[in-house]
Structures are given as structure tokens and as C-alpha cells.
Design a binder for this molecule. Structure first.
Ligand code: G4P
Length: 287
């Protein structure tokens, strides 16, 4: 089944974005650490040109730490790009982001010359969570005096950083169907665009290949079943997703499996790894 999501009417928004990027110092691109490529938008890479960029690998609490390290190496092989794994829900972790913003814009960050940063990202990667955490932290610092200024377009964090609103939205690349299935597995695609059974089977097959031990532990399996469908059935039996007559309800079982996977109940899982041979990676390899 082909996953379709959002129409391609982004021309105007893209122009505005490209224009806004010219006026800022640092791009903060929020990605899902479990699937940094599939949750990115290639247009931003084109619009970025030489602007310093932080690839914020959010939801790091859910991703496989070893794979995230590989992603950091992959992204940082490109000039002007820094990668930062973090959880936007954690106040303490946002300190690193502030530091990096200052580092990437060394001529700014003083009174009257704040670092102008802009947060980009496809829906559901955690942009609002990040902005709320950053804004909340500033507020806590100065007690009852409102520490953030929310104008039409910007949030002054009062720590030398001003966050600018993204003028428009970025969508993932839905032409890449494997990427679309990874996004669906992560929960980034609205339920209305999904067939849970298909996405559950995709996720089951991936997990059987990449994280068999996590499946065995979670669902008390001594051996893995020999097909994704048989695995979803076994999970359905384990989680009590039964229809009348004691038959496993495959749709419910797939949905329950995806819910568990997304919530990190099986453990920390990454849904994709950097390709060694992408032009981005090879271009910047040391001689
Ligand atoms: P967006 O603005 O980019 O669309 O994303 P948003 O902040 O709304 O976050 C989307 C979902 O991701 C929310 O979950 C949010 O709680 C979750 N999230 C954001 N950052 C992190 C993180 O670092 N770790 C984890 N584990 N989750 C994160 P939700 O279920 O849609 O909402 P809620 O019930 O949590 O409020």
C-alpha cells in the first residue's frame, strides 16, 4: 500500500523560508533521532546554502545510542553542520543547544546583537516541545518577570538568543516509500493516512532483522516466528488482541505493537542508519 500525505503546495512557503534564512544566523533543524534522514526535508538543505546548521536529533531517549553516534559522525562530516542528540522534553539538555548556537555565531550573542536562530522541522519531530522547553527555562530563570517576549515572529529567550518562527511548514519526502513507512512506524504520520496492519508488518519485519533480541525479551518468545505476520500474531496473543473464537485480530495487534514500539517499551530502537556512500558523506571524507 502506498502512503500518501500532504499535497505539494509549498512553493510560496519555500520562497518565504529562503528569504527568512538569509536574515538569521543559525538554522536549528529538528529531526527524529530514530530516523534522521526520513524525517528531514531536502529543500531545507538546498535553502541552507552556507548558513551554520544544527541537526538536532530529538527524541534521543527513544533511539539506539550506537546508531545515533553514527548519525552524528555522518552529519558533522559536512562543513558548517553540527549534530546534537537530545530530548526536547529535558530542560538540562537544552543548555548544549544554547552553547552550540553561540559557538556557530561567534560575532553575535551580546546585548543588542542576539544570535538569530530559526527552528525548522517536519510535523511531529518535537519543534513545539523544544520551543516550550527553551522558553520555559528562561522564564524560570528570572522569577516572576516575564522572561520571554513573544512577538508575531520571534521569541526572545533573554539569554542572547532570539528564536524566529518558521514562515511555513516542511513536509517529509513522501516519494520515498520506505521513508514513509519509517515515518509511519515512528508515529509521525497521522492515523488517517495509515493502514496499521501494513505499517505493523513493515515494523515487524525490520525489528526481526535488526533487533530480534528486543522482540524476544518483550514478548517472551524463545524463537522468532518465521514471518512478520506470524510475529504480529504472536504479539497479538501476548497482548490479548483477540477476536471472537480466540483468533488474533491482526489490525489491533499491529496497532498495539506500534504503540509499544513508539513508546520505547521494547527498548531504544533506531529505524535507519546512515548510508556510507551518500554524496554528503563521501564529499567531505578526509583524504
Ligand atoms: P511538532 O511541534 O514538531 O509538531 O512536535 P511536538 O512538539 O508537538 O511533539 C510531537 C510529539 O513528540 C509529542 O507527543 C511530544 O510529546 C513528543 N516529543 C517531543 N520531544 C520528545 C522527546 O525528546 N522525547 C520523546 N519521547 N517524545 C518527544 P504526543 O504524544 O503527540 O503529545 P503528548 O501527549 O506527549 O503531549
Amino acid at each position: 500500500m502506498t502512503i500518501r500525505w500532504y499535497p505539494g503546495h509549498m512553493g510560496k512557503a519555500q520562497e518565504q523560508m529562503a528569504e527568512s534564512i538569509r536574515k538569521i544566523d543559525v538554522i536549528i533543524e529538528v529531526l527524529d533521532a530514530r530516523l534522521p534522514a526520513s524525517s528531514s526535508n531536502h529543500l531545507l538543505e538546498e535553502m541552507r546554502r552556507n548558513k551554520p546548521c544544527i541537526k538536532l536529533l530529538n527524541k534521543n531517549d527513544l533511539a539506539d545510542p550506537a546508531v545515533t553516534k553514527a548519525w552524528v559522525r555522518h552529519f558533522e562530516a559536512v562543513s558548517g553542520v553540527r549534530a546534537l542528540p537530545m530530548s526536547a522534553k529535558q530542560h538540562a539538555e537544552t543548555k548544549q543547544l544554547i552553547k552550540l548556537c553561540r559557538l556557530l555565531a561567534p560575532n553575535r550573542g551580546r546585548p543588542g546583537f542576539p544570535v538569530r536562530a530559526m527552528v525548522f522541522g517536519i510535523p511531529n519531530v518535537g519543534k513545539s516541545t523544544l520551543i516550550n522547553t527553551l522558553a520555559g527555562k528562561s522564564m524560570a530563570k528570572v522569577g516572576d518577570k516575564p522572561a520571554i517576549t513573544i512577538c508575531a515572529q520571534q521569541i526572545d529567550l533573554r539569554n542572547g538568543i532570539v528564536l524566529f518562527d518558521t514562515p511555513g511548514l516542511l513536509w517529509p519526502n513522501m516519494d520515498d516509500q520506505v521513508g514513509a513507512y519509517r515515518l509511519a512506524t515512528s508515529g509521525a504520520i497521522g492515523a488517517s493516512a495509515l493502514d496499521y496492519t501494513n505499517v505493523g508488518l513493515f515494523a515487524a519485519e525490520y525489528m526481526m532483522q535488526r533487533y530480534p533480541e528486543l522482540l524476544k525479551n518483550r514478548y517472551k518468545l524463545t524463537e522468532l516466528p518465521d514471518s512478520p505476520t506470524a510475529l504480529i500474531e504472536a504479539i497479538g496473543r501476548c497482548l490479548g488482541c483477540l477476536a471472537s473464537g480466540g483468533v488474533v485480530d491482526l489490525h489491533r495487534a499491529a496497532e498495539a505493537f506500534l504503540r509499544e514500539l513508539r513508546a520505547g517499551k521494547l527498548g531504544r530502537v533506531s529505524l535507519e542508519e546512515p548510508q556510507q556512500d551518500t554524496p554528503e558523506a563521501t564529499e567531505s571524507q578526509p583524504d
